[in-house]
Design a protein around this ligand. Structure first.
Ligand code: SF4
Length: 393
């Protein structure tokens, strides 16, 4: 298989190395970003400029930025309406990220590194792999599960590409490859296309998927040409990360239209975030609007236990309660599945009674399909509410 990966594209990728390394700390300079042809198109907003624009003190933002870099597209910055709004909270550094006293926080909450048989490829479920093809993103979500990689980027080298393709080829159980990151739609489209083409040469890979926030975070990157080129690799699914109706703009509507018109099925992933979208009216608006964009709400995710993100975590009962409040009020088509991705890389389980094995004083213990158990912390006093809501033992 390795011989099948287009050398021409790998060479082009190396010449576009800047686009692959976006997401590294930049200090005081504005980060340059690159379009799908590898051309410099638009600077990201620097933390200094952002603080000056909103007339907020730079020092606290810069202190967090030193550890967990600030990255913000002009587009997303333009959707923020006031300090502390739902978009601000998602992307602006918060000193609570540096909180050393996060007893449940983990640097690699989904155990991805120990489940990587080759660099940047995570094999967690028997029939699927997740391939981290870039660390670049249009925005740095402050609650990101992979923020460990922001200042310790693990670029996809030519050797890594070969190793991943070899691994997939030698494992016929792998039928489904999810390209993730970072954000695959930050890559030059030639390179992304070459990855898809190489995967399509492996007969047992039946389905390709792309996980991205670009259609809402930097939608001008999605052109009709990009959509058509990706649609050449059917069946290919795109799952879009979107958390709040304020993220929906004329440009993101257009990006979704390009992808849907090209024939690519679209789904959404929404992270349930305290103080951002833990509200039935907000989620109801988001999910029903997504349907108008031909994006099917797919997952509502309980926060992963990423270190320094406890201020975003909602109680385990919040997701099921919110969806119960929305049932009958909005179409069943607009209701996503509420899931928790179990710590340690045990995979996603639905947040339902059948997944909970037992409740302990400060945690709920879940069991995955393989019979493995993992615990998720409960908030003080939450045990009884979980017991009632889930009917758990
Ligand atoms: S877009 Fe995804 S990978 Fe990038 S920072 Fe946000 S959550 Fe993390």
């Amino acid at each position: 298989m390795t011989g099948g990966f287009p050398q021409r594209t790998l060479k082009r990728r190396q010449s576009n190395r800047q686009s692959m390394s976006a997401g590294k700390p930049t200090g005081t300079v504005e980060k340059r970003v690159w379009d799908h042809k590898g051309e410099n198109v638009d600077p990201m907003i620097s933390v200094e400029r952002f603080a000056a624009h909103w007339r907020v003190p730079l020092e606290p933002l810069a202190a967090v930025h030193e550890v967990y870099p600030f990255v913000l597209s002009r587009h997303f910055a333009g959707l923020i309406t006031s300090p502390g709004d739902a978009l601000w909270r998602q992307v602006v550094p918060d000193v609570r990220e540096l909180d050393a006293l996060d007893p449940f926080g983990l640097q690699d909450p989904l155990g991805e590194e120990r489940r990587s048989p080759v660099p940047n490829l995570v094999h967690r479920y028997p029939d699927r792999v997740l391939w981290i093809v870039t660390d670049a993103c249009a925005v740095h979500c402050r609650f990101c599960t992979r923020k460990r990689r922001w200042s310790r980027s693990m670029p996809l080298t030519e050797d890594h590409v070969r190793a991943a393709l070899d691994y997939i080829q030698k494992n016929p159980s792998v039928r489904d490859v999810l390209l993730s990151g970072g954000d695959p739609l930050m890559l030059p489209v030639d390179f992304l296309e070459a990855l898809c083409a190489a995967l399509r040469e492996i007969p047992h890979v039946r389905i390709l998927r792309i996980g991205t926030r670009v259609p809402f975070a930097d939608p001008r990157r999605v052109t009709p040409s990009v959509a058509r080129r990706l649609a050449a690799f059917q069946p290919i699914y795109i799952n879009i990360h979107v958390n709040h109706p304020q993220e929906i703009s004329p440009e993101s509507r257009e990006a979704c239209r390009f992808l849907a018109d090209a024939g690519i099925p679209l789904g959404s992933q929404t992270v349930l975030l305290k103080g951002v979208n833990d509200d039935a009216a907000v989620l109801g608006t988001l999910f029903t609007e997504l349907l108008t964009l031909r994006v099917r709400p797919y997952y509502l995710l309980q926060m992963d236990l990423m270190h320094g993100t406890a201020h975003f975590r909602t109680p385990l009962t919040a997701g099921p309660q919110l969806m119960a409040a929305l049932r009958h009020r909005i179409s069943g088509l607009a209701i996503p599945q509420v899931v928790v991705d179990l710590p340690g890389g045990l995979g996603k389980v639905p947040l339902t009674a059948s997944a909970v094995v037992r409740l302990e004083e400060d945690r709920a213990v879940f069991r995955n399909a393989a019979g493995e158990e993992a615990a998720y912390p409960l908030e003080p006093g939450e045990e009884e509410r979980v017991r009632r809501l889930l009917g758990a033992r």
